[in-house]
Design a protein around this ligand. Structure first.
Ligand code: PLP
Length: 388
C-alpha cells in the first residue's frame, strides 16, 4: 500500500478531535471550538439564497473575486480604517481567511526564509510554513497579560527574516495589540525590510474602548503589509468560508498568483451576500458587540465562580484561564478531566506552541464564548464544581 506524503505524515489527529469526541461521548457543553452555536443574520442569509436562485451566480466567479465584492472590501477598509485600496489590483477574495493566509505565504515567502510566528498561534500557520519550506521563528506572548518582550521580538529579526505573521485581535489569548506594540513590530519590519501578514479575522470583536488598529495603517506599513480577514466571525457565518486579502498591489500580485492555483475562485453566490454584509450600517456592529459583551460577561462570571483565573479578553470570543488553583496536572489532562468529569469541553493551548515554548501554555485552558447565553450559564453551573 503506498504511503501518504512526508509533509502530512506527522500531522495525525489533533487533540481538538479527541476533545470533541470526548465532549460528544460525555454530553459535555462544548466551549472548545470557536464556532458560534447560533445562526447568522437572516437578511445576510436571505441575500445568499437570492444569489443562489437568480440564475447569475452558479458558475465560476472571477478568480480575484467579483468586482462588487472587491469594491465592498475596499469600501469597508476605507470606512473603518481610512485605507485607500484599489479594488482592481489590491484586493482578492479567498476561500476563508485560511486560504488567504496559505496563498499569502505561497505568494510572498521563499523556501528557506525565516518567518516570525507569535505564540500561541492559530493552528494552520506552522503546517503552512513547513509545506513551503520556510523556517518558523517563535516569539511567545508572556502571561499573565500576554505581552511581547521587546528584546525577544528584536532578537527574532535577522537578515533572513522574510515575514512576520501577526494576529490581532489574537486567538487564543483575546489580546488586541496596542498602537505602541504595533509600532514596535512595524519599526522592526521597516528596519529589516520584512513583510507583515496580518490576520485580522476578529477585527469587529473588540470590547469597551479598545480599538482594533490594522498594522497597515501605521507609517511605512501600507507597502509591506497584506491584511487578511473573513466573513465568518464578524457575521456569524463561519460555514461560508469567504475571506479576503488586501494590500499594496505589488504584494497582492504574489498572493493572486498563488490563489489562482490553490482554489482559482471562491464560492460565487456567497460573494453577493458578503458584499451586502460588509455594507451593514454602524448599528449592526454596535448590536454585534452588545451581544458579545454580554457573552463575555457571562463567561467571566462562570470562570470567576469556579476558581479559574483569567483576564477579561480585550477582543475575540476566546479567553485563556489559568487552572493551577483547582487542578494539578497539565493542560491536556485538565481538558480531558473538565470534559469527562465536569462536563465542559475546552482546548489545551500547549498545542499552539513550538515544543520549546509549550510549557508556557500548560497551565491554561482556552474557552470559546461564541455560544448561547443559556449554554454559557449552564457551563458556569458546571464549572462551579471545580472550586476547591
Ligand atoms: C486567528 C484566526 N485566523 C483564521 C481563522 C480562519 O478563518 P476562516 O474560517 O475564514 O478560514 C480563524 C478561525 O478560527 C482564526 O481564529
Amino acid at each position: 500500500m503506498p504511503a501518504i506524503a512526508n509533509r502530512v505524515a506527522s500531522l495525525g489527529t489533533t487533540v481538538f478531535t479527541e476533545i470533541n469526541d470526548l465532549a460528544l461521548k460525555h454530553n459535555a457543553i462544548n466551549l472548545g471550538q470557536g464556532r458560534p452555536d447560533f445562526d447568522g443574520p437572516a437578511d445576510i442569509i436571505a441575500a445568499e439564497v437570492a444569489a443562489l436562485q437568480d440564475g447569475k451566480h452558479n458558475q465560476y466567479a472571477p478568480g480575484a473575486g467579483t468586482l462588487n465584492m472587491r469594491k465592498a472590501i475596499a469600501d469597508h477598509a476605507g470606512r473603518f480604517y481610512n485605507l485607500d485600496l484599489d479594488p482592481n489590483t489590491g484586493v482578492i477574495v479567498t476561500a476563508g481567511a485560511t486560504e488567504g493566509i496559505f496563498s499569502s505565504l505561497l505568494g510572498l515567502v521563499n523556501a528557506g526564509d525565516e518567518v516570525i510566528v507569535i505564540e500561541p498561534y492559530f493552528d494552520s500557520y506552522v503546517p503552512n510554513l513547513q509545506w513551503i519550506g520556510a523556517m518558523p521563528v517563535y516569539v511567545p506572548l508572556r502571561p499573565p497579560a500576554w505581552t511581547l518582550d521587546p528584546d525577544e521580538l528584536r532578537a527574532a529579526f535577522t537578515p533572513r527574516t522574510r515575514a512576520i505573521l501577526l494576529n490581532t485581535p489574537q486567538n487564543p489569548t483575546g489580546r488586541v495589540f496596542t498602537y505602541a506594540e504595533l509600532k514596535l513590530i512595524a519599526d522592526l519590519c521597516i528596519e529589516f525590510d520584512v513583510i507583515c501578514i496580518s490576520d485580522e479575522v476578529y477585527e469587529h470583536l473588540t470590547f469597551g474602548e479598545t480599538p482594533h488598529i490594522p498594522i497597515a495603517t501605521l507609517p511605512g506599513m501600507v507597502e509591506r503589509t497584506v491584511t487578511i480577514s473573513s466573513l465568518g466571525k464578524s457575521y456569524s457565518v463561519t460555514g461560508w468560508k469567504i475571506g479576503w486579502v488586501y494590500g499594496h498591489p505589488a504584494l497582492v500580485t504574489g498572493v493572486q498568483r498563488a490563489h489562482q492555483y490553490v482554489t482559482f475562485a471562491a464560492h460565487h453566490p456567497a460573494q453577493t451576500a458578503a458584499a451586502y454584509a460588509l455594507s451593514q450600517p454602524g448599528t449592526y456592529y454596535e448590536d454585534f458587540l452588545t451581544m458579545y459583551t454580554a457573552k463575555r460577561d457571562l463567561m467571566m462570571a462562570a470562570l470567576n465562580g469556579s476558581g479559574l483565573k483569567a483576564f477579561a479578553p480585550e477582543g475575540t470570543y476566546f479567553v485563556m484561564a489559568d487552572f493551577r488553583d483547582v487542578f494539578d496536572g497539565d493542560d491536556v489532562a485538565f481538558a480531558r478531566y473538565l470534559t469527562t468529569e465536569i462536563g465542559v469541553a475546552c482546548i489545551p493551548p500547549s498545542v499552539f506552541y513550538c515544543p520549546e515554548h509549550a510549557e508556557i501554555g500548560r497551565r491554561f485552558a482556552r474557552f470559546a464564548f461564541c455560544k448561547g447565553d443559556d449554554t454559557l450559564r449552564a457551563a458556569g453551573e458546571r464549572l462551579a464544581k471545580l472550586k476547591r
